[in-house]
Design a binder for this molecule. Sequence first.
Ligand code: ZN
Length: 179
Amino acid sequence: MLPAVRLISEAAELAARRHNGMARKGRGNEPYINHLAEVANLLATATDGADAELVAAGWLHDTIEDTDTTREELAERFSGRVASLVVECTDDMSLPKAERRRLQVVDAPKKSAGAKLIKIADKISNIGARIHPDPTAEERGDLVDYTGWAEQVVAGCRGGNPWLDTTFDNMVQRARASL
Ligand code: ZN
């Protein structure tokens, strides 16, 4: 396997290229890479840099779902574990949104320890992007809806990393305080 620093920098570069030109949902149409950097950095902080494959998977967690990247490619370029972590965080985009959301809640407790951490970091980042200083009615509704669902997913992912659990809870509090 690649040395830790290379694994993470290769993951960041591939993610930047594959998500090039995409904007994230929420505040200010930020470039998608901002979301990936945030998730990867939450994971690096949560584990104090102890798990390079997890941080690499954080950079890559949306590549299979949103770009033409395959499990095989990730396994070859990174590792089997990185590829598996990303697959675990990939929704079946052929299903309707409501069903994908329902499955995330049902499947969360069955995920690996690493995938649970990625899912919590993902939800922290996505709630944060939906907090607006002066929200419209639509933005309020989206934040309430997203946060309520994220809490259900995260309920099935908790317990592996107290710092990440607390960071999620603090973000939910910030979201509710912003309404
Ligand atoms: Zn994501």
